[in-house]
Structures are given as structure tokens and as C-alpha cells.
Design a protein around this ligand. Structure first.
Ligand code: SAM
Length: 247
């Protein structure tokens, strides 16, 4: 595998991404804390606050946490709903899911989570299966974003909601150059120290820099059929939270 600056074909991109996450699965959570200084936890809390899963009702509130990896979002949703939600954690990568499933054994409501290996572009779920679809720091890794969003729309019930948390383009003067230096100069070596290889982290930085601007991503959500699309910038636009509804 190579992770250079050159553009990779779509089919190759998924292979590259899979290699990265197979390689880092066991240290993924540690890396997140180190590289974000723990801030990813606050962004994830904000996402689940926005979702505000109900804490009771006639029937369970079903959530698909796509690209759910090691289960950070799922655990938060289960806690916020005091175990009333039912979360399907889905990811294309069996190693990430394995780490998640092991962690779920220690969660308060771990018995309300299930783990399904799947590609966001082709979901193995029937139409109108879920009340909510969440994806945190996952969509930029999916080669065909439009396909994934159309699938998200298909599996949501009417009245269902999508929330997408993703890195954005820092636009605060001063912070932008600090952030760029941090990304280009510090992240890859940090990756090498913790996982033994800098290449996956160079890929990570590039994938963040290539992700579309918030307005462009919002129009992709609209094109996939979502309505009342909006987004909120977080931490000087280091990350953004997108919301849309299926009516
Ligand atoms: N949601 C977790 C979090 O916020 O910590 C994990 C995010 S991790 C940066 C990105 C995840 O996307 C990886 O677990 C990777 O395996 C998954 N992924 C990449 N391509 C995918 C695809 N086509 N379908 C489903 N998951 C995918």
C-alpha cells in the first residue's frame, strides 16, 4: 500500500482505508484521545445531546451508528436513553467491531447494542428500519459519499433523523495555520510513536483536508432526500455537526 499525495482510484481508496483501521484498531481509542487532546469526547457528547434519544415510550428507539468503530457513539446513546434505545453498530472493519464488542461488555446497557459488519454504501437492512442514523468521523472514509447518504435515507423511517459528525475546514484566522502545522507536522509522527507507522496518519490528515466544505456536504444531504438540513461548527470549525430529516 502507498499513502502518497497522488489520488487513488475509488476502489483502491476503500482498501487503503481498511488497511489503516485494521492496523490501528487496538490503539484507536488511545490515538483519538492523544491527537485531539480528548476533545473528540466533547464533540461526541454534543452529537448525542443533539440527538436527544427518548428515555421511554411504547417501542424501542432504534439507531444505526454507521462506521461506528469501537462504539463511542453507541455507548453515549445508550447511556443518554437510559437503555431504552437499541443501537446497531455497523462498520466495514471487523477489527474495529471486535474492539467495540469487547468494550460493550463493560457498558451499563451493553446488551442493547449489536454489531454488524457492513459497507455504508450497501446496507444489509430493509427500508425504514431505524429512527436515527448517526455517523461520526466515518463519512469522509467512504469512497462514494452520495451512495452512503442515499442508503442512510432508505433505511430511515419517515420522521427519522440523520446526524453526521465530521472534521471540517478550520476558518478562524490564526487557528487555521496552527491547525495545519499540527496536522502536517505532528500527527504523523505521533501516529508512528503509538502504532509504529506514520503512513495511516498521513492518510488521515489528507482525508480531512479533502473533505468538502460544510455547504457542499449539506447539499449532498439534500440531494440524498434529506430535509431541514443544517450544520453547526464546533471548536472553530475543526469539526462540524450536520443534521437532516426524512419526511
Ligand atoms: N465512529 C467512530 C468514532 O467516532 O470514533 C469511528 C470513526 S473511524 C475514524 C472511521 C471508521 O469508518 C472506521 O472504523 C472504518 O472502518 C469505517 N469505515 C470506513 N469505510 C467504511 C465503509 N465504506 N462502510 C462502513 N464503515 C466504514
Amino acid at each position: 500500500t502507498h499513502f502518497g499525495k497522488k489520488t487513488v482510484a475509488l476502489e483502491d481508496k476503500q482498501g487503503l482505508v481498511n488497511g489503516v483501521f485494521h492496523q490501528v484498531a487496538d490503539r484507536y481509542d488511545l490515538m483519538n484521545d492523544l491527537m485531539s487532546g480528548g476533545i473528540h469526547r466533547l464533540w461526541k457528547d454534543a452529537m448525542v445531546n443533539e440527538l436527544a434519544p427518548p428515555r421511554g415510550g411504547q417501542r424501542a428507539y432504534t439507531v444505526l451508528d454507521m462506521a461506528g468503530g469501537t462504539g463511542d457513539i453507541a455507548e453515549r446513546i445508550l447511556n443518554a436513553s437510559i437503555g431504552y434505545a437499541e443501537v446497531t453498530v455497523s462498520d466495514i472493519n471487523s477489527d474495529m467491531l471486535r474492539v467495540g464488542a469487547e468494550r460493550a461488555e463493560t457498558w451499563r446497557y451493553g446488551n442493547r447494542a449489536n454489531f454488524v459488519e457492513a459497507n455504508a454504501e450497501e446496507l444489509p437492512f430493509p427500508d425504514k428500519s431505524f429512527d436515527a442514523y448517526t455517523i461520526a468521523f466515518g463519512i469522509r472514509n467512504v469512497p462514494r459519499i452520495d451512495k452512503a447518504l442515499t442508503e442512510a435515507h432508505r433505511v430511515l423511517k419517515r420522521g427519522g433523523r440523520i446526524l453526521v459528525l465530521e472534521f471540517s475546514q478550520v476558518d478562524v484566522p490564526g487557528l487555521d495555520s496552527i491547525y495545519r502545522t499540527f496536522s502536517d507536522v505532528l500527527i504523523p509522527p505521533m501516529g508512528r510513536v503509538v502504532t509504529g507507522d506514520a503512513a495511516p496518519y498521513r492518510y488521515l490528515v489528507e482525508s480531512i483536508q479533502r473533505f468538502p466544505a460544510p455547504e457542499v456536504f449539506s447539499s449532498k444531504l439534500s440531494d440524498a432526500g434529506f430535509r431541514r438540513v443544517s450544520h453547526t461548527a464546533m471548536s472553530g470549525n475543526i469539526a462540524a455537526l450536520f443534521s437532516g430529516w426524512k419526511f
